[in-house]
Design a protein around this ligand. Sequence first.
Ligand SMILES: Nc1ncnc2c1ncn2[C@@H]1O[C@H](COP(=O)(O)OP(=O)(O)OP(=O)(O)O)[C@@H](O)[C@H]1O
Ligand SMILES: [Mg+2]
Length: 260
Amino acid sequence: MCHLADHFRWASSVRFCPLDTAIGKTLVRFEDVALRYGAGPEVLGGVSFHLAPGSFHFMIGASGAGKSSLLSMIYLARRPSGGHLHIFERDVTTLSRHETAMMRRKIGVVFQDFRLLDHLTALENVALPLKISGQRDEKVRRHVAELLAWVGLAEHLDSYPPTLSGGQKQRVAIARAVVGRPSLLIADEPTGNVDDRMAVRLLYLFEELNKLGTTIVIATHNESLVARFNHPVVRLGNGGVRIDRRQPGADARPGKGSAA
Ligand SMILES: Nc1ncnc2c1ncn2[C@@H]1O[C@H](COP(=O)(O)OP(=O)(O)OP(=O)(O)O)[C@@H](O)[C@H]1O
Ligand SMILES: [Mg+2]
């Protein structure tokens, strides 16, 4: 099996997702952002913070605090109902459908509910983003198999998602999100279904990707995992947000009803 960094170097060489890490740029910028579902109450309000290219943040908040909702705006599935949101320096409200689709290609997402395609094997699920970008089958298969082996799924390359455990599905979803070395990786509770040892291993995978330039945001309930890794923490509470342990890659102003 190749070293993990070699794998990502390969992924970079196929130029599926060119990294966008120019100094001084802001990858994600929330300015007084609010979000409500339909005519319901605001689930987020006064959210202001930005993420610099190459930064690594955890996101913590009680169940229902709005973590998945906030992440869904970053991966362009939902538009803010108030304020301004810039992703890759573009105001999300000005994006055409085509531009939205192109921008999504630079974002890897690990969904809280995995969202694997049940009629494709684990290997085919992970290979899909690379195949869409036109990579050769044989090369894709080899590298996807190496990545799946790295997350402990060497025995399950040809398994279909309905036959996998929750933790196995989660690891397939993670492999799919990182395989193209995206500019931005959004992971929603990516270690919720695995044991502590595997959770730490998966965090190393994210750190490896981060060292190569990917900006990372991981939502989690796992405070002990967060304590083990030295990255700033976006804390969500009462509809607002604050960032703990300010570092060069992060800046924040407390929002309305902030937990600060
Ligand atoms: N599709 C939806 N329609 C209406 N309300 C929603 C929808 N999705 C989420 N909400 C509401 O938004 C709030 C925040 O939910 P969200 O899923 O973002 O929380 P979370 O922090 O991710 O929680 P968890 O830790 O349980 O995953 C909740 O009050 C929830 O009921
Ligand atoms: Mg959630």
